[in-house]
Design a protein around this ligand. Structure first.
Ligand code: ADP
Length: 194
């Protein structure tokens, strides 16, 4: 993965067992729109209508054709994802994933967030994306606590990577140093438990 930024890299631990899953997951801090990957995931809303946060940044960087294609897709239920072209982005595809709004944790948020990650990974696999980058879905305006969301993100990505050869590389892209540190701790705890 060749991002333009000096990005903090997830340093793979010692490979345990035959599957070196941890070498296929990379942790970076930066702006997801600048990453040179085959697909980037957007934290979209169900209307796929663009918005603030990472969604706004992706639409600005991709150009108006992205919204035009999104408008042809209709709504996307929470927990699912839709794929479009990347237009002016370096990424060939944008995967628009709809995570849940945090309502306290008893409204199925964990399963919906996990499902948004799984749908996105399946779509990346279907288009044979060699690399895909995720933002921390739902942890901005949607209010999902970062520690809880990170556990789900990491668990889903690790189990998908273990079960599938494609995408070869999954980049977890954090916008803040604080979020990056949470991801790093979570990755280390999974690595230690393997
Ligand atoms: P949601 O509505 O799903 O919560 P947000 O866009 O508000 O989506 O936030 C999701 C995450 O994306 C937050 O962690 C936020 O800090 C992060 N984020 C915002 N802009 C960018 C960007 N350009 N690149 C990567 N992550 C970003």
């Amino acid at each position: 993965m060749g991002g333009r930024h000096a990005l903090s890299r997830w340093v793979a631990g010692y490979a345990r067992g035959v599957e070196r899953w941890n070498e296929r997951i990379e942790l970076v801090r930066g702006d997801i729109t600048t990453l040179e990957v085959d697909a980037i995931v957007n934290a979209a809303n169900p209307a796929l209508s663009g918005g603030g946060g990472v969604d706004g940044a992706i639409h600005r960087a991709a150009g108006p054709e992205l919204l035009a294609e999104c408008r042809t897709l209709g709504r996307c239920p929470t927990g699912e994802a839709r794929i479009t072209r990347g237009y002016r982005l370096a990424a060939k595809h944008v995967i628009h994933a709809v995570g849940p709004v945090w309502r306290g944790g008893a409204s199925g948020e964990a399963e919906l967030l996990a499902s948004a990650y799984r749908h996105s990974l399946r779509l990346a696999c279907e288009v044979s994306a060699r690399s895909v980058a995720f933002p921390a879905i739902s942890t901005g305006v949607y209010g999902y606590p970062i520690e809880l969301a990170t556990q789900i993100a990491v668990r889903e990505v690790v189990s998908f990577v273990r079960a599938h050869p494609v995408p070869e590389k999954v980049v977890l892209c954090c916008f803040s140093e604080r979020d990056r540190a949470v991801y790093e701790r979570t990755l280390q705890s999974i690595d230690a438990g393997t």
